[in-house]
Every structure is written in structure tokens, then in C-alpha cells.
Design a protein around this ligand. Sequence first.
Ligand code: ZN
Length: 338
Amino acid sequence: MQGTMIYGPRDIRYEDRPDPQITRPADAILRLSATCICGSDLWPYRGNPGVDKPTPMGHEYCGIVEEVGKEVRNIKRGQFVVGSFATSDNSCIICRDGYQSSCVQREFMNSAQAPLLRVPLADGTLVPTNEVPPKELIPGLLATSDVLGTGWFAADAAIVKPGRTVVVVGDGAVGLLAVLSAKQMGAERIIAMSRHESRQKLALEFGATDIVTERGEEGIARIKDLTKGIGADSVLECVGTQESMTQAIRSARPGGFVSYVGVPHGVEIDGRGLFFAHVHLHGGPAPVRRYLPKLIDLVLTEKINPGKVFDLVLPLNQVAEGYRAMDERRAIKTLLLT
Ligand SMILES: [Zn+2]
């Protein structure tokens, strides 16, 4: 087969790769229906941090099971399945507590920007649907694999519930789906921070009630203006920079909740500032597996359409253009068809 490799900054190649094989008895091999490029893939793409050797890319996937190892019990050949970017046994104490992305057996997936994929711990990682879904639902189902699961965790970790005022920091695909998630959880007011018109439009479509374009001190002041001077109940940090984290902590009211789901790059938290902010902080790599059954059901019953975040669709062999378009912010998120 061919697959996606990164060689260095802005050097993505679609090239010959060995077909994945069952290497351990709990593995499954999937033939992917679609895959995509993650905002977090742009960090190595931009060389921050860079790669020290050619490295396979991709960790969002859904598709049909081609083959299973001899210890696999629940996942069967021919099923349509969705999995997370982190593998999990779904049985250890951490998994049972709902933190499957820190499972004691966790591995981070890569090499999903390819037609075939090996998934370790298939029984614990993959969630099958009852039937093979219609083609038009594939983008939405693919979104549950990471970007929606992560946005959902952002809302859940910041205790979004009916009546709450929510701020979403970041208008990438995760931020936009955090807006959708907050709406599903019944938030009364959802303030999306965004400076890009096309993203503002999608945020409003997903349920945002207000848009704030300012950043930094001005952004914080604007949130205070909109919240009677005290800050929001729940703030969802969906970027991972110092600016966005500071924005999030300072936009929450005392006693409020701040979640953070963007992979941090150079973020430092001032202890004294945090102490007097008086907020709850909860985040990390999203335990997508915890939410997959619910999110898959919401997509299959067409209650939500998270597939709308894909505003560029390319064949897999044009993956390099997909990265360029996202890097240059010409696209929010690129869907790759196998
Ligand atoms: Zn586990």
C-alpha cells in the first residue's frame, strides 16, 4: 500500500509502505473508509517539535474490519468500527474510571493516513456499529474518532450543563465541535472566540450565541463585559498556547471550571495567578473511548452533524496539499478519502 510520512518541516510524502500485519493476537487490521488531518499534526509539520526520522502520520480513523488476531473476541471481520487516537484495553482501573486515553496499555496511534491500519487492543479500542453506515454519515463518524470526542471532553471536563455560560477559546475544528458539544449539553450562552469569518459562521451554526474577536487583555475584558464583570462558568481551552491558556484561566469566574484539550506547547502556569483565580482545572488527552458509543449514536440518528468541520475533501494521495491548506488556514480540516 501507500501511506503518509513526514520527513521534516512541511515535507509530507505519500509513498510505498508495507501493508500492516497482525503482529499481536489482540490486533485488528482495518480498511479505512476515510481518514483526516488533525490540528495537532500541524505541530510537527511546522517543525515544533520536528521529527528526527521519517515518521508515519495520522490517528483519526474509521473503517471496515479486514482481519482480527486470535485473542480478539468482540470485533469481527466485516464490521464498521470507529476507534480513538489512543488504544485502550477498556478494562484496567484507569479505563473503568473513564480515562481510557491513559490506559496502562495505551499506545498512541499513528499511520492512519493510509488505506490500511493495524489497531492494537482491538476489543478495548474499537466500537462497532450494528450495520455498515451509509456513505453520507462517514464524515460525522470519522469526526467522533478524535475531533468531536476531544471537543466533547472539553465541555464535559468544564462541567457544561443547562443554564451555564460557556466560553470556547480556539476556533479550530476542536473548538468548533466544543461549541456543538456545549450546545448538546444544554449551555444557555456559548461565547466563541474567533477572528475568522468562516469559522465564526460555523460556530454560530453549531450553537454559539456570541462571538468575541478580541484576544489577550482585550479578549479577557470583553468576556468580563459579557458576564456581568465576573467571568464565565465554564471555559474550554482548545488551542494549547500560552496565550490561549492565560485567556481561559482569566476568563473563568471564581469557582468556575476550565478545561484544556489542546496539546500544550510552551505553556507555563503562574502558581500565584492560578491560586487567586480560584478555578477548577481539568484536561489532558481526551478519553474519546469513553464517549464513542454516545457520539456514534448521535451521528447515526442524525441529531448532530459534526462532519461539517471538514471543509476540504481530497483523495489520500493528495495528503500533502491537505496539510498545506490547513497550515495556511485555507481549510479548517481536511477529510482524506481512501
Ligand atoms: Zn486500560
